[in-house]
Design a protein around this ligand. Structure first.
Ligand SMILES: [Fe+2]
Ligand SMILES: [Fe+2]
Length: 308
C-alpha cells in the first residue's frame, strides 16, 4: 500500500517514475506496449524512405536521406533500451514484431512512389510525429521522457529537410510540382490517422492520461497538427486534399472532413498496401543478422572471462 501511495504521489507531483521504483503492473504493461510499438515504428519507418537512398537525385540529397534514415535506427535503439529498463526482453520484442503479434504505426504501410514522397514524409509524417512526441518529453516514465528529448530534436531536423526538399521541387518544373501535389494527396489522410482513433473510441486514452503517460488526447493533437499544416501548405503552394477544410473563427481552429476509419482499421489489422513486405523485410534482416548477434555475444563472453 505504501508503495502504491508513493507511486500515486510521484505522479501527482509531476515527478518521474524511474526503473528502480515500484509501479502497478498495468502501468508497466502499458509502458512496455507503448515504448515497444514506438521502437518498432522507428525501425520499420526506415523502409519507405530507405527505398530512395540508391535513387536520390543528387549526392547532397543522398547524404541527407542517409543521415535521416540512420537517425530513425538510433531512435529505435534508444527506445528498445527504454523498454528493457521496464524488464522487457529485446529478442522477445523483435519476435513479436516479425511474427505480427505487436503493432507499429500504420503510416509505414504505404509505398513511396516518387522522390516527392521523401519530402512529404519529412513534412507531414515527421511533423505529425513531432506533435505526438513533444508532449511525451514530459511523460511520467523517466527513461522514455528523456529518450524523447533527443528524438524530438532530430525529428525537427527531419521535418525541415522534408519541407526544404519540397520548396526546392515547387520552384522547379510543372512535373515536379505535380509530383509534390500527388504525394501530398496520398499522405495527408494517413498522417491524420497517425494520432490514433477518435477520443470517444480510444480505449487506452483515459488511463494513460491519468498516469500522465499521455498529456493530450488524440483529437487535441490531431487538431494541433491540422492547424499547423494549413499555413505550411499555403506557403508551399499545395492544396490539402480535403474540400471541408476551413477556418472556423468561432472555435479558433480549422474544421476538417471525416476520416475514413474503416480504411484505417484495415491497414492496422495487416491489410494495408505494404504490411506484408515491411514485416518480411524486417524478418529477413533479423535472420541475416544472426551471425552478428552470435559474434557479439561470443565477444562479450570472452571479455567477461578476461576481466574475471
Ligand atoms: Fe524517428
Ligand atoms: Fe523522423
Amino acid at each position: 500500500m505504501d508503495l502504491e501511495q508513493h507511486f500515486d504521489a510521484t505522479i501527482a507531483r509531476d515527478q518521474r517514475i524511474e526503473p528502480r521504483d515500484w509501479m502497478p503492473e498495468g502501468y508497466r504493461k502499458t509502458m512496455i506496449r507503448q515504448v515497444a510499438q514506438h521502437a518498432h515504428s522507428e525501425i520499420i519507418g526506415m523502409q519507405p524512405e530507405g527505398d530512395w537512398i540508391t535513387r536520390a537525385p543528387s549526392l547532397r540529397r543522398k547524404a541527407v536521406l542517409l543521415a535521416k534514415v540512420q537517425d530513425e535506427a538510433g531512435h529505435g535503439l534508444y527506445l528498445y533500451s527504454a523498454a528493457e529498463t521496464l524488464g522487457a526482453d529485446r529478442t522477445d520484442l523483435t519476435e513479436r514484431l516479425i511474427e505480427g503479434r505487436q503493432k507499429y504505426s500504420s503510416i509505414f504501410n504505404y509505398p513511396t512512389l516518387t522522390f516527392a514522397d521523401v519530402g512529404v514524409i519529412g513534412w507531414l509524417v515527421d511533423g505529425a510525429a513531432i506533435c505526438n512526441q513533444v508532449p511525451l518529453c514530459r511523460s511520467s516514465y523517466g527513461p522514455y521522457a528523456r529518450a524523447m528529448i533527443r528524438i524530438c530534436k532530430e525529428e525537427s531536423f527531419h521535418q525541415r529537410q522534408g519541407y526544404e526538399l519540397l520548396m526546392t521541387m515547387m520552384s522547379g518544373t510543372q512535373a515536379q510540382r505535380d509530383m509534390v501535389q500527388d504525394a501530398t494527396n496520398r499522405w495527408w489522410w494517413p498522417s491524420l490517422m497517425m494520432f490514433g482513433p477518435p477520443d470517444a473510441e480510444s480505449a487506452n486514452t483515459a488511463q494513460s492520461m491519468a498516469w500522465k503517460i499521455k498529456r493530450h488526447t488524440n483529437d487535441e493533437l490531431r487538431q494541433r497538427f491540422v492547424d499547423m499544416s494549413v499555413p505550411q501548405a499555403e506557403k508551399l503552394g499545395v492544396t490539402l486534399p480535403d474540400p471541408e477544410l476551413k477556418w472556423n473563427a468561432e472555435r479558433g481552429h480549422h474544421d476538417f472532413g471525416e476520416i475514413d476509419w474503416v480504411h484505417f482499421k484495415q491497414v492496422v489489422s495487416g491489410n494495408g498496401p505494404c504490411n506484408a513486405i515491411r514485416v518480411s523485410r524486417r524478418r529477413k534482416a533479423h535472420e541475416d543478422g544472426e551471425w552478428v548477434r552470435e559474434a557479439a555475444a561470443a565477444y562479450a563472453a570472452k571479455r567477461k572471462e578476461a576481466a574475471a
